[in-house]
Design a protein around this ligand. Structure first.
Ligand code: FES
Length: 82
């Protein structure tokens, strides 16, 4: 697999290596790779990387998805926080 993929994370253009997960793209976007905010206001980021902890929930093109289980696609729109 080669090339790059361009997607939007909270309105910011992010370029990642093709085949990267959305969790990896969150990290590339900057900061600590925060995916959402807990009900107590704490930042949450991908933890397990295998679809178990649910800490990486984001909205992708308007649908709730796990960032660690989703491969980036060209033009994808990712929104963090819930
Ligand atoms: S990082 Fe645990 S479910 Fe995605």
């Amino acid at each position: 697999m080669s090339g790059e993929t361009l997607l939007l994370i909270d309105g910011q253009l992010v370029r990642v290596t093709a085949g990267s997960s959305v969790a990896a793209a969150l990290r590339v976007a900057g900061g600590m790779g925060v995916a959402r905010t807990s009900v107590t206001g704490q930042p949450r980021a991908p933890f397990c990387g295998m679809g178990v902890c649910q800490e990486c929930r984001v909205l992708i093109d308007g649908h709730r998805r796990l960032a660690c289980q989703t491969v980036c696609a060209e033009g994808m729109r990712v929104e963090t926080s819930e």
